[in-house]
Design a protein around this ligand. Sequence first.
Ligand SMILES: Nc1nc2c(c(=O)[nH]1)N[C@H]1C(S)=C(S)[C@@H](COP(=O)(O)O)O[C@H]1N2
Ligand SMILES: [Mo]
Length: 312
Amino acid sequence: MVHFSVPKIPGSEITPKEAYVSRRTLLAAAGMALGAGFPAGGRAAQPERARSHFSTDEAPTSLGDITSYNNYYEFGTSKSDPKAHAGGLTTRPWTVKVDGLVNRPAEYQLEDFIKPYTLEDRIFRHRCVEAWSMVIPWVGIPLAEVLKRADPQGSAKFVAFKTLVRPSEMRGQAGLFQTLDWPYVEGLRLDEAMHPLATLAVGLYGETLPNQNGAPLRLVLPWKYGFKGIKAIVGIRLVEQQPPTSWNNQAPHEYGFYANVNPQVDHPRWSQATERVIGSGFFGRRKPTLMFNGYGDQVAGLYSGLDLRASF
Ligand SMILES: Nc1nc2c(c(=O)[nH]1)N[C@H]1C(S)=C(S)[C@@H](COP(=O)(O)O)O[C@H]1N2
Ligand SMILES: [Mo]
């Protein structure tokens, strides 16, 4: 069953044939494992997914733009580097470790990690701190489900995430010019991480995630700036203290821990009042940026009593 209509993208446009096939296989495996929702006779390549009611009705940005204009410093600092260089990253087998202050720590193979959950189409606005935006049709699961399975202990107050370190396949980690310290790390307060909008994505446009978008597993937080959406996750750890985060480490006066989208608090180099809509022509249409990227009705309650100017 098709739950929303997006143009069907020929695989040849995005990736070599083999990668395309393995993408479909991953999503199919997830659907198979769920059992439910498969038409008799099983069109295995298209497992049924639920459409999240959080999804926006705005038209998604084209697959071409979503996959060719990225930040992913493990592969270089320019927007074209991820598409040019992330293709060589080996994403299978892939191990995800969930540990720290939990009663059920575990190390999973990716397939087992996502198997218990129904994949959802989650079409979210995406706002980068560099003042550009997209609308991205992710396929993912709520982060909260994964945290509940781990059974956090009472002392757990934050969640820390880390990206793979593999300089042999990530040229930015082996580079002459130090950009960030590796691994890329991110973090959330536990209540933010438990919010139903917080998503672990494994797919895009109904197919397995392209490498440049963070395959095989990445975080999506639509009310926060894009840099919180850590890619190629290998570790999720429940901790007591606020964990360090990559861009905050690099330039604390420019990038805060919270990084909630806020048109009233400018970044020192970019006004956050408006955003350039990617894919809207050469000069790019600008539109006003919304508080919490338009997700205020859902998330504002997480921050009542917090000074959003001081805790940016
Ligand atoms: N590991 C890792 N994750 C990362 C980054 C990075 O450099 N390394 N860049 C971030 C930034 S700044 C943005 S805007 C998004 C961009 O990718 P996307 O369009 O696929 O979300 O990825 C985020 N996740
Ligand atoms: Mo970003």
